[in-house]
Design a protein around this ligand. Structure first.
Ligand code: ATP
Ligand code: MG
Length: 472
């Protein structure tokens, strides 16, 4: 087969020409070829393999480009990278790899194209297109990756036990590609991942998180999490989630399986947001349920305080996985902490004051919180489903209405501490806090509008009650 069409970008002719000048063979390999055949839109990084020095080829290509781009060289890996327009092109010499037990860093020797294809993770990632003059665009597919693309199958080029044990990161890559492409993992591979799951321990947390995030960013993340669970990898990576599995029954009272519920919530939210951290919040919103679960004879199963417990667990989880402990983490914590708040509103009549309190507490994140709570509706009872969604629609409308009137979102008290001090001739003291709090409460309750004059009058009244004298 010839795929000249894939190589229309002028860069490929320049690489071809450069390889010819150095008298070596060069190929495009991996994701670019795979995604072209799958028509997945243009792949923004291109991998070039040279039979010889990848670094020399990169330098030659840079010399042949009109703007003479800088070549970044990674000596330890023997690779080089340059940018052409919005594309990153990575060059590597064909190599043969052999591994030892406790590292995913192989011993590397120069090799043939076949050797290089053998060291690739999956048949669909080993597809190569020839950049030689005469065979420009010829496909080299020693493992029938084309067939696997057609059948939507993830398969390793070699015995999967070798492929996964050599580099256990590939177990996560298999699951990640299965999720992104909606492919199935070939049964021997799946078994081998299950057998090798423990070897995930030699992979750095950062690399694990890269793959987790790619699963999270997919259209249907549950595909990946179900595979992680099925292979036993999830227990190593996110035990907080496996702890949510199962349904307990005492005296005929059951609770739902919070693991499968969580996956539904993540899939739901992924239809409505691309915000990776909001998706993480959906994934973690119920993790506090495992440690807080209790059975009471009268009321059945409860998870009291699971939101607070969950938000604390978010910190430990992020820390363990070496994820950023910054405002992203705080955002996830806040979402988890507040995740039940709107639900109470949706079950009941929605009052203005409840909505004002919600907006006050959630601030700028109130829309994200509503998105999370809507995704959380997984009831299979169509009547309830409709009712909850309707009520959330009412809450959303009320948020807009209340916000226009009361400006609660980034609440600034209409009466400052200074005004209070001046009015009552006070030094900094606890009375000031008490007065500010009563004004805030009155506004949230709807007793007074969020306006200076009304707040001023309330301050005078409350001050009097506290025995303070207004200095006129
Ligand atoms: P994407 O860019 O969408 O993540 P990709 O297939 O291009 O997909 P990269 O991580 O960019 O993945 O790697 C490029 C190529 O390098 C892959 O297609 C594969 O052939 C090879 N590769 C990457 N990582 C590994 C690995 N851990 N083991 C074996 N081969 C790998
Ligand atoms: Mg790539």
């Amino acid at each position: 087969m010839n795929y000249k069409q894939a190589l229309k970008n002028p860069i490929f002719k320049i690489i071809s020409q450069s390889a010819k000048e150095l008298q070596l063979d060069a190929y495009v390999i991996g994701g670019f070829v795979r995604d072209y055949i799958l028509q997945r839109g243009s792949h923004k990084d291109i991998d070039i393999v040279a039979i010889g020095s990848g670094i020399e080829l990169a330098k030659q290509v840079a010399r042949n480009l009109p703007n003479k781009p800088k070549v970044q060289i990674f000596k330890t890996y023997g690779t080089a990278m340059l940018r052409f327009e919005d594309i990153e092109i990575e060059f590597v010499g064909a190599r043969k790899e052999s591994y030892n037990e406790d590292s995913r860093n192989p011993v590397v020797e120069n090799g043939t194209l076949e050797d290089d294809q053998n060291r690739r993770d999956f048949t669909i990632n080993a597809l190569a297109l020839d950049l030689g003059d005469d065979q420009f665009g010829e496909l080299l597919d020693p493992f029938n990756g084309i067939q696997d693309l057609e059948d939507a199958v993830i398969r390793t080029p070699l015995n999967p036990d070798i492929t996964y044990s050599d580099d256990p990161l590939r177990m996560l890559r298999a699951i990640r590609f299965a999720t992104q492409l909606n492919f199935t993992i070939e049964p021997n591979s799946l078994k081998s991942i299950t057998d090798n799951k423990q070897r995930i321990e030699i992979i750095t947390k950062e690399r694990i998180v890269v793959e987790l995030n790619k699963i999270m960013e997919s259209t249907k993340p549950s595909i990946g999490f179900l595979l992680l669970e099925e292979t036993g990898l999830l227990e190593y990576i996110l035990p907080e989630l496996t702890a949510l599995k199962g349904i307990d029954e005492i005296e005929g009272q059951k609770h739902k399986d919070n693991f499968y519920h969580t996956l539904e919530v993540v899939d739901n939210i992924s239809k409505n947001t691309d915000n990776l951290w909001l998706r993480w919040a959906a994934l973690l919103h119920d993790i506090g349920k495992a440690p807080t679960k209790k059975f009471h004879k009268k009321i059945g199963w409860t998870f009291h305080g699971h939101e607070f417990q969950g938000s604390k667990m978010v910190y430990h989880l992020f820390k363990r996985l070496k994820m950023p402990l910054n405002d992203k983490m705080k955002f996830v914590q806040k979402m988890v902490l507040m995740s039940s708040r709107p639900i109470v509103l949706a079950e009941d009549m929605v009052t203005d004051s409840a909505v004002r309190r919600l907006v006050f507490d959630a601030g700028d994140y109130v829309d994200d919180l509503m998105t999370l709570c809507e995704a959380d509706i997984t009831t299979k009872n169509p009547k309830k489903f409709k009712k909850y969604h309707n009520n959330f629609k009412i809450v959303r409308d009320k948020i807009i209405e209340v916000e226009e009137r009361d400006h609660i979102r980034n609440f600034q008290p209409p009466i400052s501490g200074e005004i209070i001090m001046k009015t009552f001739n006070l030094k900094p003291s606890k009375e000031i806090g008490i007065l500010k709090e009563s004004i805030k409460e009155a506004i949230l309750e709807g007793d007074i509008p969020n306006e200076y004059e009304a707040a001023y009058q309330l301050m005078l009244k409350e001050g009097k009650r506290l025995g303070l004298k207004a200095s006129t």
